[in-house]
Write a protein that binds this ligand. Structure first.
Ligand SMILES: Cc1ncc(COP(=O)(O)O)c(C=O)c1O
Length: 450
């Protein structure tokens, strides 16, 4: 490894970072992370902090999960790669599919299709949902509905159902036939409705109206995150996703749960769909499926969809879709070890308990710091603080304010993530109460510096 001087001199010089302008990375050099242990990361200067970002919502078990590291190393020795395209498979992926089936059975999901990450999983679910209708003799069902403020990765299909202009405008034209309804976001919504239950009903009415307007027979699927993540951590009212499910069922529309963040315990339940009592047709997973140690994902497929594909007599059920790394044996070995550790440690319960402590602590911070306009959380370890320059008008904070909070909090011992006016927290699910206090104290310092 090159020394610190080399790394700092060349930081962002010959690479472009995702999700920012190349010039920004040169003006504001990224933190160079060189080590990770437990729930902490260390930078090139040896400064150690609690990682309240959890990598990118994905290092659920922290940086020291030895069983996953061992599984990866052993699999690299045994069989570092083989394809799962027609005609070949591998031992790990067969075993993993049985384990995932058991894990996702309460959600009604019985088959797996493997990918290299979340965007791939979304793309897969969108494509297979169109194919499902074609097999069933309804080729006109091609449109997709989704939520404004939703995030579904960056492939063309995913970007088209995304509900945030930042990921769309510069890449247009996107996929035709994608329509968005308002998110059930009590702090900001076009209905000016702050009651979460009433707002959920208004958003469901908007969905019903859009289905009628488009024509149910033209719509393939509705895709949503059970709790919106990258859009600023927006937990919908508990009535919302079941309401979406009912409208989908009534209209023959498939329901895709994008659980790239929420699967495997982050919300305090094993899946976001289970949290809301919903049984989706597809569930997109990635991220924590390997604790981020290997790029890997799985689309879980519902019983009804599986039946249509498996009992097809039309010849239209051949899957003309897949990735070179679908079912990668090293990824599958990592996922097997990760799933075992995730369940052995029962991380969903710790996510719920530490999430409640963190949420209460953030609400206490709000009473002391005017810049905190909204505190969102209450479901495990996905939380956000929305910063404003004026609480009464909810005017969003100037760009510099969240950056100041972030940099002071970092010096004080915690890495947090800034996304627009939001400070987003998604720490590892193996966090302790002591770690929660470190995060809160660091944020307190950050806000006190404004
Ligand atoms: C809900 C959701 N879907 C899809 C994705 C895309 O996943 P990836 O970045 O692994 O392609 C993300 C990434 O954060 C996500 O949060």
């Amino acid at each position: 490894m090159k020394d610190a001087n080399f790394l700092k001199a060349n930081n962002a010089r010959s690479l472009w970072h995702p999700m920012t302008a190349p010039s920004d990375s040169l003006k504001n050099p990224p933190a160079i992370i060189t080590g990770g242990h437990g729930v902490r990361i260390t930078d090139v200067d040896g400064h150690e902090v609690v990682d309240a970002v959890g990598g990118l919502w994905n290092v659920n078990l922290g940086y020291s999960c030895q069983p996953i590291k061992n599984a990866i190393a052993a699999q690299l020795d045994r069989l570092p790669y083989y394809s799962t395209f027609r005609g070949t498979s591998n031992d790990c992926v067969i075993e993993l599919s049985e384990e995932l089936r058991k894990f996702f059975e309460p959600d009604g999901l019985v088959r797996a299709f493997y990918t290299s990450g979340g965007s791939d999983s979304v793309e897969t679910a969108l494509r297979l949902s169109r194919q499902y209708h074609k097999i069933k003799g309804e080729p006109g069902r091609v449109k997709f509905l989704s939520l404004k403020k939703g995030y579904h990765g960056t492939h063309m299909g995913g970007a088209s159902v995304n509900g945030n202009a930042n990921f769309r405008t510069q890449y247009e034209p996107l996929l035709p036939g994608c329509y968005h309804i308002p998110a059930p976001f009590p702090y900001r919504n076009p209905f000016n409705e702050s009651d979460p239950a009433k707002l959920a009903q208004l958003c469901l009415q908007a969905l019903e109206d859009e289905i009628a307007f488009q024509g149910a027979a033209t719509i393939a699927a509705f895709i949503m995150e059970p709790i919106l993540g990258a859009g600023g951590v927006i937990p919908p009212h508990p009535s919302f996703m079941p309401g979406v499910e009912a409208l989908c069922r009534k209209n023959g529309i498939l329901l895709i749960a994008d659980e790239v963040i929420t699967a495997f315990g982050r919300t305090g339940a094993w899946t976001g769909s289970r949290l809301w009592g919903v049984r989706p047709d597809f569930t997109c997973t990635a991220k924590a499926i390997t604790n981020a140690y290997f790029p890997f994902g799985a689309v879980m497929i519902g019983e009804g969809v599986a039946e249509v594909f498996e009992n097809d007599t039309t010849g239209r059920a051949a899957i003309g879709h897949g990735y070179t790394y679908s079912g990668h044996p090293v990824g599958a070995a990592a996922a097997l070890a990760c799933l075992a550790e995730t369940q052995r440690l029962n991380v969903k319960d710790n996510a719920a308990a530490r999430g409640a402590e963190l949420f209460a602590g953030l609400q206490a911070l709000q009473t002391r710091h005017e810049a905190i306009g909204d505190v969102r959380g209450g479901y495990g370890l996905m939380l956000a603080l929305e910063m404003v320059s004026d609480r009464a008008s909810k005017k969003p904070a100037d760009k510099a304010a969240p950056a100041t909070v972030q940099s002071v909090a970092y010096k004080a011992g915690t890495m947090v993530r800034v996304s627009g006016p939001n400070i987003i927290l998604s720490p590892p699910l193996v966090l302790t109460s002591g770690d929660v206090q470190v995060i809160l104290a660091s944020l307190d310092e950050g806000f006190s510096a404004l």
